[in-house]
Design a protein around this ligand. Structure first.
Ligand code: URA
Length: 262
């Protein structure tokens, strides 16, 4: 549009504004009505096709150990052959025999003390708070409990979680020997003072036992704090993480040597 036309148009508009008021070419009442209705006629976002909410899956918790679910392999057949054991008085007070669980071909085997209340109820080792912490320690070195095997010195819970009695250990530990022979781990990790003292047959303190490599029944063994002890004393976490780092290094060194044959 050239300047002349624009000027004419402006003049024309001004004329109508002067004569009819500033809203001369719109129906202001209609606009007010529309505005009042606006919330109702607001375009709504067309309903999205409803995505079916994913069914809430129960968290994958290991609920109960079922001996019948385990395959017929030497280790699990051995479990089925001993899980009705009555060699000591703990068989009378136990709810479930806790054989141990995990990968029967594991390179790393963890050995704790004895089942606690949660383990006695479920038949699965290390499922209580200490077990959850053990899972985290494993994750710290990029392992899952399915990668390792976890067992205890005793297969049945001592009342009130008292320390295992020497007679109970004597009766029960041969089961552990058989487990070690069948699993043939490359590394054993003793969890806590009671486990380590019973395996090494010593009264040494945990501080004295950790930080070095032991041999147990021909297998490299390291000793570290029991996760329950870390829950009681957070100061033990850092030294335990150091032990797990040592474990990871030892494990990778063994794998590397296994591959190269050196
Ligand atoms: N503490 C243990 O030593 N073993 C378990 O299985 C659970 C807690």
């Amino acid at each position: 549009m050239n300047r002349e036309i624009l000027e004419k148009l402006e003049y024309f508009l001004q004329y109508y504004r002067d004569v009819y008021g500033k809203d001369f070419f719109v129906d202001s009442r209609r606009i007010a009505r529309l505005e009042a209705e606006l919330p109702r006629i607001q375009p709504t976002i067309p309903p999205q096709p409803q995505r079916k909410a994913p069914m809430k899956q129960p968290p994958k918790t290991r609920t109960e150990f079922n001996p019948d679910e385990k395959p017929h392999t030497p280790l699990w057949d051995f479990m089925r052959s001993i899980n009705t054991c009555t060699k000591c008085a703990l068989s009378k007070s136990r709810t479930k025999f806790v054989f141990g669980d995990g990968n029967e071909h594991a390179d790393i085997m963890f050995i704790g003390e004895a089942p606690g209340a949660d383990e006695d109820r479920t038949g699965i080792p290390f499922v209580g708070r200490a077990g959850k912490l053990l899972d985290k320690l494993l994750a710290h070195i990029h392992l899952k409990r399915e990668d390792v095997f976890i067992a205890n010195i005793l297969k049945c819970r001592p009342p009130n979680n008292r320390d295992p009695l020497p007679g109970e250990v004597q009766q029960c530990i041969p089961y552990l020997y058989t487990q070690i022979e069948m699993i043939q781990p490359k590394i054993i990790v003793a969890l806590g003072r009671v486990a380590a003292q019973n395996l090494l047959e010593t009264n040494a303190s945990l501080k004295q036992m950790r930080g070095r490599l032991w041999q147990y029944r021909g297998v490299d063994m390291i000793v570290t704090y029991h996760p329950a002890a870390i829950l009681r004393n957070g100061g033990l976490l850092n030294p335990t993480l150091e032990d797990f780092k040592f474990l990871a290094e030892l494990y990778h060194e063994k794998i590397r040597r296994g591959k190269t044959g050196h």
